[in-house]
Design a protein around this ligand. Structure first.
Ligand SMILES: Nc1ncnc2c1ncn2[C@@H]1O[C@H](COP(=O)(O)OP(=O)(O)O)[C@@H](O)[C@H]1O
Ligand SMILES: [Ca+2]
Length: 513
């Protein structure tokens, strides 16, 4: 018998296995190509950096700041940062009234430093600005022509530098307050309105900004956005439109209430009650002794009104480190007897209710930092700050001097007065209660940039802060490409999986493998 023939086709060789391999290979190659393309395309381009220079001609000294930012991101918020600060040796420019040309020469070293920081081919395109603050405001009040001569000396020096000179002027107290407020909010990223909060504005605090407290040697500024309160005096009211949002800002600059002039005001007041020129001063350490010419005390327009024929020419000051008495003596320089508004700070100056968080910088920070009151994460409570200052004031001068041999004697001897003055100004002057005190953060730097008015000044003069929010795409280019690659991969994977499930090659079917 014939054996039954095996009919039908030969069992299929596993050809889909080959196709699968090819498909797999193509898939892997495509995936690698996609990722490689995305990475290559998004590699950061060589940076096109721009620079700007601002000189802060303060009452006590001048600082030169160099800022840099990526050219293509000029209008973004938070992109400009400080790369250098150079402290000019000697006094502030207002201290050169006897020899104005020297004021210009004093800047030379720091200009050289800036030349090293900025690449030579960019010197011509780098703007340089000089803003003078309260020291020059006082000198202008005292002698306008001398102040003009000092300003033209620094102007000539800056014009002869290789940079693009954009002006040297005395800025107003209002500007100083406003630019300090812009600086810290720019650096803290408070003008940034990205993310979901854009669509849920009721979840943001009313202004989303921090107030600014600046303490200099000759003036002090307070600036913040009050909560829906009308700003009752025009000279304290500013309006800004930044990145598409409007801000009604309160600001005031107290000329003569920087810590150096405030000390003069206090001493000039104390002198009225001395007969022989010796003064027991509670704001200096026990054992501290200083001799001053009374005429020096009255050279400033802050104290000129009190000038009188005194029967002595020298003041012999002796410390006794009594914090409570010191606070009482300081209190006398704040006049709280009249207020033509619904509420005032002092000297009849309008102050709306304090609102939100505050960043306190410049001498507010230097003094608090010296007293070790800025190192903790959360603000140190007011009662602890008070007891720290009290304890520090009561320490004998020779003990303090021995503990801090490297700190300039002028600073060291005045930290007791300065600590007490800061507490008087914030607590009694502005009305920071123990509860509100917790909203103050003492700031030296934010990131790499010093907190102060200079950055805000430059951002404003270079038009780097747009009034309206620049139109932006929802995703950055890199995120867009990444997401596109990811979605393409998911789509391909789903397609392959679909093919695989619905057209399962026979060789993979059960029993054929
Ligand atoms: N390390 C420091 N410790 C204490 N005080 C300092 C320190 N550095 C600067 N200061 C003080 O900070 C103040 C800065 O004021 P400044 O900017 O020169 O004046 P203004 O802003 O009033 O024109 C001055 O009183 C200066 O003595
Ligand atoms: Ca200053």
């Amino acid at each position: 018998m014939d054996e039954p023939k095996v009919t039908g086709t030969k069992p299929r060789t596993c050809c889909p296995r080959k196709s699968l391999l090819i498909l797999g290979f193509l898939f892997a190659s495509a995936a690698i190509a996609l990722v490689a393309m995305a990475v290559t395309q998004n590699k950061p381009l060589p940076k096109n950096i721009k620079y700007g220079i601002v000189l802060d001609a303060g009452s006590s000294h001048t600082n030169l700041y160099v800022y840099e930012w990526p050219a293509e991101k000029e209008n973004d918020t938070g992109v400009v940062h400080q790369v250098e600060v150079c402290t000019v040796q000697g006094s502030g420019i207002s201290g050169y009234s006897k020899d104005p040309d020297e004021a210009g020469l004093s800047l030379q070293n720091c200009i050289k430093r800036a030349q090293e920081m900025v690449p030579e081919q960019q010197h011509r395109d780098t703007p340089v600005y000089l803003g003078a603050t309260a020291g020059m405001r006082l000198l202008s009040l005292q002698n306008r022509s001398v102040a003009d001569r000092v300003l033209s000396a620094v102007e000539n020096m800056l014009r002869s530098s290789p940079f693009d000179f954009q002006g040297a002027r005395v800025i107003s107290g209002q500007e100083e307050g406003a630019y300090g407020w812009i600086t810290i909010n720019y650096l803290l990223g408070n003008f940034k309105q990205t993310g979901w909060l854009d669509f849920l504005p009721h979840l943001q605090s009313s202004s989303g900004t921090s107030g600014a407290l600046d303490l200099g040697g000759a003036s002090t500024q307070i600036t913040f956005v009050p909560d829906h309160e009308p700003i009752e005096s025009q000279e304290n009211s500013l309006h800004f439109r930044l990145y598409g949002k409007s801000y009604n800002v309160y600001t005031h600059s107290f000329l003569c209430y920087g810590k150096d002039q405030a000390l003069r005001l206090k001493l000039a007041g104390d002198l009225q009650s001395t007969q022989n020129g010796s003064l027991l001063d509670p704001c200096f350490h026990p054992g501290y002794f200083r001799v001053m010419n009374t005429s020096d005390l009255y050279t400033s327009p802050c104290t000129a009104n009190g000038e009188q024929q005194l029967p002595f020419r020298r003041l012999h000051l002796q410390g006794n480190g009594d914090y409570q008495v010191c606070r009482k003596a300081i209190q006398k320089i704040f006049n709280t007897s009249h207020c033509p508004y619904s509420s005032c700070s002092f000297n009849g100056i309008f102050l709306p209710p304090l609102q939100g968080k505050f960043g306190a910088f410049s001498a507010f920070y230097f003094v608090m930092n010296f007293l070790n009151l800025t190192t903790e994460k959360s603000p140190v409570p007011l009662n602890r700050v008070t007891s720290t200052v009290q304890r520090f004031c009561s320490r004998p001068w020779n003990e303090v001097k021995a503990e801090f041999p490297n700190i300039k004697e002028k600073y060291l001897s005045e930290y007791c007065f300065s600590g007490a003055y800061i507490l008087s100004l914030l607590e009694n002057g502005y009305g920071f209660t123990a509860e509100k005190w917790q909203n103050i953060q003492f700031l030296g730097k934010i990131g790499s940039s010093d907190a102060g008015w200079t950055l805000g000044y430059m951002l404003n003069l270079t038009n780097m802060i747009p009034a309206e929010k620049p139109p932006t795409r929802p995703l950055s280019h890199a995120s867009y490409v990444g997401l596109m690659v990811f979605c393409s991969l998911v789509l391909v994977a789903v397609l392959l999986l679909g093919c695989f499930i619905f057209h399962k090659p026979k060789c993979l079917q059960k029993g054929l493998i």
